[in-house]
Design a binder for this molecule. Structure first.
Ligand code: SF4
Length: 380
């Protein structure tokens, strides 16, 4: 399971293609005389653990770490007050799209740390929350990045499909890391895959994503459409970049039979976010919906979607122990998702706090945001 490589300075152990454990060579060579490799890898204290895809520090979120799965936007469980729970198992992406709302990929300028959640810890916590939320739930696997990078994806989907009250399992993906074997493993358990395809033409795809295997992604789309898993193609419409691609994507989705139970397309509007990448000019939502309406008439399909089209309804949220403006204390447990931020624990929640405190220190902070159970604070 552990691939072993090295560079000039370090021994590098790669676990499941995603986790890189780096140990200085001189220490490893001294230790290997007395200990087995696996013992060194698990016990050596000053190892660096990186996300192999993004090159960033990777924090393993397990029950033992004590890091709660509620409260953070980069990992864990997000409850926005409906019968859908977002589950984020891993952060980081294998692409660097020019329109990325979370500035993801190896070229990111804002992201500092990635997180990977232990699947059994996640399942245990998810079951507790599912109990509180009632029946007819959708578990949506998404990420600040690419969920298919999660090395336990198939295991997680299998286990989640057995949880009482879970009716739908869906996931977001750019599709590149999927293949026939992975799709078959999820058949009969995963209900729908939302596959992002924003261009079918090589040249446009290259402008949007850089290196990008268009043909492979189109084949993955067909594979999904021909499996028991429903397919929704979800392009991001970036004005001035892929305007001519959108009708082509609609034609492609209809041709391959996307949308067996749910709508075949979920066209998203490009929105420039504060910590996302900015590209070209963004149009207003009004203009966006007018364009979709014209396409609806042209193709005779529904493109302006509502939560009801996916069976989403309002539900009480899990109580939030914080109030905006409140002054609280927390403990720094890891580096934060973005530069200048720390991951802290407070009131049994993971909190992103702007602070220069070190790991292990206590931080006093003001709560800045609490929406959707995601807590952000500013340290003093
Ligand atoms: S838009 Fe999606 S696929 Fe592209 S870099 Fe961002 S997270 Fe990755």
């Amino acid at each position: 399971m552990l691939e072993e490589i090295e560079d000039k300075e370090e021994k590098i152990f790669v676990f499941r293609d995603i986790v890189e454990i780096r140990i200085p060579k001189k220490d490893y060579e001294r230790l290997i005389r007395r200990h087995k490799r696996d013992y060194i890898v698990s016990t050596y204290e000053n190892k660096r653990i990186l996300n192999r895809v993004t090159g960033r520090e990777l924090v393993f979120v397990s029950r033992e770490s004590g890091i709660p799965l509620l409260g953070h936007s980069a990992f864990g469980i997000i409850d926005r007050g409906t019968n859908l729970l977002q589950v984020r198992c891993i952060s980081g992406c294998n692409l660097n799209c020019i329109f990325c709302s979370v500035d993801e990929g190896r070229n990111s300028k804002t992201r500092k740390t990635d997180y990977l959640v232990d699947p059994d810890y996640l399942l245990g916590e998810l079951k507790k929350i599912v109990e509180l939320k009632g029946d007819g739930l959708e578990i949506h696997l998404d990420a600040q990045g690419e969920p298919a990078l999660y090395p336990y994806l198939e295991y997680l989907v299998e286990k989640v499909s057995k949880i009482k009250n879970v009716e739908v399992i869906s996931m977001q993906t750019n599709g590149i890391l999927l293949n026939e074997k992975r799709i078959s493993a999820m058949e009969g358990k995963m209900t729908r895959i939302n596959l992002s395809i924003s261009a079918t033409t090589e040249e446009v795809a290259k402008r949007l994503h850089g290196a990008y295997p268009v043909q492979k992604v189109l084949e993955i789309a067909e594979l999904i459409a021909n499996s028991k898993i429903d397919l929704l193609i979800a392009p991001v419409w970036v004005p001035g970049y892929n305007d001519d691609e959108i009708p082509k994507i609609i034609e492609f989705a209809l041709k391959i039979g996307a949308g067996k139970r749910f709508p075949p397309l979920g066209i998203q509007k490009y929105v420039p976010y504060r910590f996302g990448r900015k590209v070209g000019k963004s149009i207003s939502f009004r203009e966006f919906y007018e364009k979709l309406k014209l396409l609806e008439e042209e193709f005779g399909i529904k493109l302006i979607l509502k939560p009801e089209d996916f069976g989403i309804e309002r539900r009480p949220t899990i109580p939030n122990p914080f109030k905006r403006g409140e002054i609280c204390y927390g403990r720094v447990v890891a580096e934060g998702r973005v530069h200048g931020e720390k991951l802290c624990i407070s009131k049994d929640r993971s909190v992103a706090i702007i602070s220069d405190k070190k790991i292990g220190e206590v931080v006093k902070f003001e709560v800045l945001r609490i929406e959707d159970g995601i807590i952000v604070g500013k340290g003093f």
